[in-house]
Design a protein around this ligand. Structure first.
Ligand code: 13P
Ligand code: SF4
Length: 305
């Protein structure tokens, strides 16, 4: 089958089954083309909680599918490729966080949404990269324990000097691998380009960027910006999607290392297999996990609105 034939079959099946296909913006172009909704992790979770669909197919990584299930427990949620996990989401377990909480009982535990449902059950508030600063500012407590991404946590702490933010050593191995030498070399090659970086990058990259934001923030800044050239400091797909959206502008990935192998595990044939019952995995979470993890996500939604 050609790509176009697989896409046509996917479109037919999703209509027949009334299933909503969600794609994170790090997915490949051919998947974004068949999705009902594409966005960053925050936008995906909010969209899933509002749409009337009964079933969702997540093209992204496991924690994103779990978040949809937590917000819509009565609905069917499939993960297109069961092997697609986020290494950062699995870096810390409940036991570790419970031990740290016992040491710092007066701290509010803030969990990046890139965490497992199980870990969320022992945290107080969730944040995403697009909402982290706003939500941490709105938390009444001035003492925050931010997990698992120390780069995003450092970025939040610098924006909110009034807060005491404790960090643990976790993070995204893909974004954290980019170094300042690469950024300087890119600026030298493209002196008129604006550098847009994700806050999962290290503090030196964040400090040297012209704009710092989530994947959708980066896309909005690049689309609306007056510059003609952009150096994109997040997963490679974003520079590619932007190049399709804005053919009159130039987009350069900050580093070739910015390829998330987990996000790229999901293929168009995986989507087809999941829709025909020959692949994918239905996300199941027990009621207690859903209930406890949801407190954390509801707190995020309440503080962010
Ligand atoms: P966003 O919250 O910007 O979608 O990022 C998710 C992610 O996995 C970034 O690496
Ligand atoms: Fe996880 Fe990093 Fe991949 Fe995002 S880019 S899914 S944080 S490994």
């Amino acid at each position: 089958m050609t790509i176009a034939q697989i896409q046509a079959e996917i479109l037919r099946l999703k209509k027949e089954q009334n299933i909503c296909i969600l794609a994170h913006s790090y997915q490949a172009r051919e998947i974004v083309e068949i999705a009902d909704f594409t966005g960053d992790s925050y936008a995906l979770s909010v969209h899933a909680s509002k749409t009337p669909h009964y079933a969702f197919l997540m093209c992204g990584v496991r924690f994103m599918a779990e978040t949809v299930k937590i917000l819509s427990p009565k609905k069917k949620v499939l993960l297109a490729n069961p092997a697609a996990g986020c290494p950062m989401a699995e870096q810390m377990d409940k036991e570790l966080i419970q031990a740290v909480k016992a040491q710092y009982p007066d701290y509010t535990v803030v969990a990046y949404i890139n965490t497992t449902a199980d870990l969320k059950t022992v945290c107080d508030v969730c944040v995403t990269s697009s909402s982290a600063v706003q939500i941490c500012r709105a938390i009444e407590n001035d003492k925050l324990l931010f997990i698992p991404d120390c780069n995003l946590g450092d970025y939040v702490a610098r924006q909110l000097p009034e807060k005491t933010v404790k960090l643990l050593q976790g993070g995204c191995p893909i974004h954290a691998a980019v170094n300042l030498g690469e950024l300087k070399a890119m600026r030298f090659s493209h002196p008129h380009a604006a550098v847009l970086a994700h806050p999962e990058c290290t503090p030196d990259i964040v400090a040297a960027a012209d704009y710092v934001g989530s994947t959708s923030g980066i896309m909005e800044r690049a689309i609306s910006g007056s510059e003609n050239e952009y150096i994109i400091g997040t997963e490679l797909s974003i520079a590619e999607h932007l190049q399709y959206n804005c053919p009159g502008k130039q987009f350069y990935p900050l580093s070739k290392k910015l390829l998330c192998p987990n996000m790229k595990l999901t293929t168009l044939p995986d989507v087809l297999k999941a829709l025909t019952g020959r692949g994918g995995e239905e996300i199941t979470l027990d009621d207690d996990t859903i209930h406890s993890a949801r407190r954390c996500i509801d707190a995020m939604i309440a503080l962010g609105s």
